[in-house]
Design a protein around this ligand. Structure first.
Ligand code: FE2
Length: 197
């Protein structure tokens, strides 16, 4: 319901949430995660940007790659707002921390806390890789998507600097083996990801 509410504000963010959900599930499965942890990561992928519900319309309508300092400050609050929203509905702590930390980067360059390496939970590192890959491979108002070969090079480079290198290697393996998600994954496909295995 929360993901659908976000979809009412912005169609790109809605489709992005579905793809990140699917990629997070695929990457976590390839990393041999299963059971409830897999379900939590999958849900975390779907809800990672739910805090954007609270952002102002000017952020959604922005067509510039560079945001003003003030707008950037607003964007940087979305993991905190998302986690707080989920806390208020008694969401699982594992999903909550995935949402809270999905913009942390292993070199400490992320936000909101600037955590590094092992300080970042695995779930958030998985969703971060899925999130970055989808951002690179889809059109945004301010940025054309990259071709798949170029996207994989960029992702590999991010594995040297700010994303978990082992997860990046697994993601590249996953994409080279099974391909990319459709622009808008079928709801039946997404629903099936939440079946326990
Ligand atoms: Fe985000």
């Amino acid at each position: 319901m929360l993901a659908a509410a976000l979809g009412q504000r912005d169609t790109y963010t809605h489709a992005h949430a579905h793809r990140v959900c699917a990629y997070s599930h695929r990457l976590a499965s390839r990393a041999k995660v299963n059971g409830d942890t897999l379900l939590d990561i999958t849900m975390g992928g779907m809800l990672h940007d739910v805090g954007k519900l609270a952002m102002s319309d000017r952020i959604f309508s922005n067509k510039q790659a560079c945001l003003s300092k003030e707008m950037l400050g607003e964007v940087h609050t979305h993991p905190l707002i998302g986690a707080e929203l989920l806390r208020q509905i008694n969401c699982s702590p594992a999903i909550l921390e995935t949402v809270l930390y999905h913009h942390e980067r292993i070199d400490g360059s992320g936000y909101p806390f600037g955590l590094k390496g092992a300080e970042i939970p695995l779930s958030a590192k998985i969703v971060a890789v899925a999130d970055c890959f989808d951002a690179i491979t889809t059109d945004r108002p301010y940025q054309r998507r990259k071709t798949l070969p170029h996207a994989l090079v960029i992702l590999e480079e991010m594995g040297v600097t700010c994303l978990d290198p082992d997860l990046v290697a697994l993601m590249i393996q996953e994409i080279e083996t099974k391909g990319m998600e459709p622009v808008m994954p079928q709801s039946s496909t997404i629903t099936s990801l939440f079946q326990p295995i």
